[in-house]
Design a protein around this ligand. Structure first.
Ligand SMILES: O=c1ccn([C@H]2C[C@H](O)[C@@H](COP(=O)(O)OP(=O)(O)OP(=O)(O)O)O2)c(=O)[nH]1
Length: 152
């Protein structure tokens, strides 16, 4: 039985020839997102620089889910390039182009070329939440302790 969640995708003109992202193994969690930059105009990301990379993809994530844009470990390890706002949040009602906000934390310029797999999209359930104001909160062992209060 195919247990995959099915998500409708529209490839925009500038990403039309790029392969649709797919899970690379049966147990994979993410779909690698491609850079839909022009083949003759790669982005050169300077050390310390950030850039918003188009993917050429729009999608309708089903209600009750979100998309999380996460870094790829290999790119982070080899070049120091990561997702600045990780995990980026793709709302279920977003119909615009998925974009990836990359930052170069390495010490050399990095070229982002067409079709390069720059980040991964993980689809995750969302808990529909409404805050309800109350007079007081229940007691817990932790109480208000945080930020290292339990030791190192
Ligand atoms: O890495 C990301 C993060 C967001 N988005 C798109 C999808 C998301 O649904 C929308 C809004 O993102 P977010 O809520 O993080 O942005 P915001 O700065 O809070 O803006 P808004 O007021 O539009 O919610 O932008 C991306 O394409 N890539």
């Amino acid at each position: 039985m195919d247990r995959h969640l099915r998500i409708g995708v529209v490839r925009l003109d500038h990403g039309r020839d790029l392969p649709l992202p797919e899970m690379k193994t049966a147990g994979a969690a993410g779909l690698d997102l491609p850079a839909a930059v022009p083949a003759d105009a790669p982005i050169v990301l300077a050390p310390g620089g950030r850039t918003l990379v188009p993917t050429g993809l729009t999608m309708a994530i089903p209600e009750g889910y979100e998309g999380q844009v996460r870094p790829r470990s290999g790119l982070a390890f080899s070049q120091g390039v990561t997702v600045l706002n990780a995990p980026g949040t793709i709302d279920a009602d977003y119909r615009g182009e998925l974009k990836v906000l990359l930052v170069n934390l390495g010490d050399a310029p990095v070229e982002i070329t067409r079709g390069m797999r720059i980040a991964q999209l993980v689809i995750a359930p969302v808990t529909a939440t409404r805050l309800v104001e109350v007079e007081a909160l229940d007691d817990t062992v932790r109480g208000a302790g945080g930020f290292g209060s339990t030791g190192h």
